[in-house]
Design a protein around this ligand. Structure first.
Ligand code: FAD
Length: 336
């Protein structure tokens, strides 16, 4: 079986789509395989930070984000009362931009397609094997596929990582946070929050009129990943925040934990990892998507250079050397 394309990216999340566009900019033939039939509808990640916006601007991509996002001038660290003053950042974007992940994905997918990437949905990758010339990928219910290089951007449960035999050491979840994207009849100011002996609550704007109420509730730790109800959210925010915000019409209710792991290797032969496939951690602070998009920026030009024969494949080891320490830092910060 010969290679059908130069790169297969597994996963059409934000990181896979960003990487696909980067590779296409360098003319690398790129196919993205995504198991979901349709793009996600939940906002998920909200926060885009200064360095990510700078990198999007390097590609002339900042406008749709800046024009529709909400600028948040200060943000929390570890839900602590003292805020980080982002206006002091030495950046053209001294703020956190609240912008829903599903809209980020839509922008990045459109760009990847315009640049000539193929995005194939409804294709679940089940395993892979590699040899000297390429990587063979098995696909549930379809023929095998083959590429010279494969990038696993398939999220925290990465099949690519597991199939390549890359360890994912770390710790399981022992702390959970709650999250509700809702409308509120008596909302506090966006960015408002409390941290007291009852727990933590922070409110972030979701473009489109929703507000995200999220935080830590010491009385809610036994519930793990169980579904959150609107009544539970009202009770939690009332108890911790001390007010009835008139919460209604939830668009998304969730609990999430602090399982924390970083891949032992970002590269094994012709297989590379990026985004949540390479690192998972507590989403508090809103950094995971940013970390992953910056992985894609680091990896894209290097992989293209190796494929075009402009650099030896040891250039790809610098991707591991440069990006993995940042994931370790983020893991340490979110655990703190
Ligand atoms: C509640 C919450 C809030 C968050 N808030 C923020 C925030 O404010 N800022 C921030 O930076 N980050 C935040 N994050 C983290 C952020 O959502 C993730 O870091 C981000 O989604 C990672 O992108 P990714 O492309 O690496 O992986 P994913 O978004 O997980 O995408 C992986 C893709 O791969 C596909 N896939 C998986 N397995 C296969 C397979 N076998 N075959 C084919 N396709 C497959 C999946 O369907 C998916 O589309 C938050 C996360 C949560 C849960």
């Amino acid at each position: 079986m010969s290679n059908e394309t130069e790169v297969i990216i597994v996963g059409a999340g934000p990181v896979g789509l960003m990487l696909a566009a980067e590779l296409r900019l360098a003319g690398v033939s790129t196919v993205v395989l995504e198991r979901a039939d349709a793009p996600g509808v939940h906002p998920r990640a909200l926060g885009l930070h200064a360095r990510t916006l700078e990198q999007l601007a390097m590609r002339g991509l900042q406008e749709p984000f800046l024009s529709a996002g909400v600028r948040v001038p200060s943000w929390h660290f570890g839900f602590l009362r003292e805020r980080l003053d982002l206006t002091r950042l030495d950046s053209p974007y001294p703020f956190m931009l609240a912008f829903p992940q599903n809209r980020t994905e839509a922008i990045l997918e459109q760009r990847a397609l315009e640049l000539g990437a193929q995005v194939l949905r409804g294709v679940q990758v089940t395993g892979l094997t590699q040899d000297e010339d390429g990587v063979r990928i098995s696909v549930g219910g379809g023929p095998d596929r083959r590429a010279a290089w494969v990038v696993g951007a398939d999220g925290a449960g990465s099949t690519v990582r597991r199939s390549a035999g890359i360890d994912f050491p770390g710790t399981d979840a022992d702390t959970y946070a709650y999250l509700g994207d809702v409308r509120a009849d008596a909302p506090p100011a966006p960015g408002w929050g409390v941290q007291n002996e009852k727990g933590a609550l922070i409110v972030a704007p979701v473009p489109g009129g929703l507000l995200r109420f999220t935080g830590y509730d010491p009385e809610d730790q036994g519930s793990g990943r169980r579904e959150l109800t609107l009544d539970e959210l009202r009770e939690i925010t009332g108890r911790i925040g001390g007010a009835d915000f008139g919460l209604r019409d939830p668009a998304w209710l969730s609990r999430f934990g602090n399982a924390t792991r970083v891949a032992a290797q970002y590269r094994k032969g012709r297989v590379l990892l990026a985004g949540d496939a390479a690192h998972m951690h507590f989403p508090a602070g809103g950094v995971g998507l940013n970390l992953g998009l910056q992985d894609a920026m680091n990896l894209g030009w290097k992989l293209a250079d190796v494929i075009r024969g402009r650099s030896g494949d040891d250039l790809l080891d610098t991707y591991h050397d440069e990006r993995r320490p940042w994931a370790e830092d983020v893991a340490e910060h979110t655990l703190a």
